[in-house]
Design a protein around this ligand. Structure first.
Ligand code: HEC
Length: 170
C-alpha cells in the first residue's frame, strides 16, 4: 500500500518538478552554456541506435576521382561554412554553434562506414544544427560527399585543390 502511494506521488511530483525547473530560467538555452548532465549521453545513444538500425550497408556510388571531385564541390558549397576546409581557420559561424561542429579536416570521419555518414547527411542530426539534405541534394550527391569524407586521407590533388581554395574572398 505504502509503495503504491509513493509510486503515485512520484508520478505527480516528478512532472510538476520538471515543469518548474524548465520554467525557472536555470535550464541552459544559450549555445555558449555547458551541456546538461546526461544531455550528451542521451543524444549520442539515441543517434547511434537509430543509425545502426537504418544506415545503408554499402554505397551505390564508387569511390573514385570523379566522385571525389563532385563531392569536393558539394562540400565547399554546403558543408564548409560549418565543418571547415583543410588548413583554414574555423569560421565565426562554426565557433558560435552548440553543440560544437566537428572540424572534419582535423578530426575526420574516415573511420566511420560510408553508410553512416550518408545517413547523417541525408537525415541531419536533430537539435544540433546539422541539417538534413534529403530532397535538397540528390541521393547521388549525398553519396559523393560521403565518399569524399570516407576517403579524406587519400584524396587526389585535383579534389584537394578545390578544397584548399579560400572560403572567404578578401
Ligand atoms: C549549419 C552547420 C552545418 C552544416 C552546414 C553542415 N553540418 Fe554537419 N554537423 C553539424 C553539427 C553541429 C554536427 C555535430 C552534431 C552532433 O553533435 O552530433 C555535424 C555533424 C556532422 C557529421 C558527423 C561527424 C562526426 O564526427 O561524427 C558529419 C559526417 C557531417 N556533419 C557532415 C556534413 C556534410 C557532408 C555537410 C554538407 C553536405 C554538413 N555536415 C553540413 C553542423 C553542420
Amino acid at each position: 500500500m505504502k509503495f503504491i502511494i509513493g509510486f503515485l506521488l512520484g508520478l505527480i511530483v516528478i512532472p510538476i518538478a520538471a515543469y518548474f525547473y524548465i520554467k525557472s530560467g536555470n535550464v541552459p538555452a544559450a549555445t555558449s552554456a555547458p551541456p546538461l548532465l546526461f544531455e550528451r549521453w542521451a543524444a549520442r545513444t539515441a543517434l547511434h541506435a537509430i543509425i545502426d538500425k537504418e544506415m545503408p550497408r554499402g554505397s551505390p556510388v564508387a569511390a573514385n576521382d570523379e566522385t571525389y571531385l563532385a563531392g569536393a564541390k558539394i562540400y565547399r558549397a554546403q558543408c564548409a561554412v560549418c565543418h571547415g576546409l583543410p588548413d583554414q581557420p574555423e569560421t565565426q559561424i562554426s565557433q558560435g554553434m552548440f553543440p560544437k561542429v566537428p572540424q572534419l579536416w582535423k578530426h575526420g570521419v574516415d573511420d566511420d562506414p560510408v553508410g553512416e555518414t550518408y545517413w547523417k547527411v541525408e537525415n541531419g542530426i536533430r537539435l544540433t544544427g546539422m541539417p538534413g539534405f534529403k530532397g535538397t541534394l540528390t541521393e547521388e550527391q549525398i553519396w559523393q560527399v560521403s565518399q569524399l569524407l570516407a576517403n579524406a586521407p587519400k584524396l587526389p590533388p585535383a579534389a584537394l585543390d578545390i578544397l584548399k581554395l579560400p572560403l572567404k574572398v578578401e
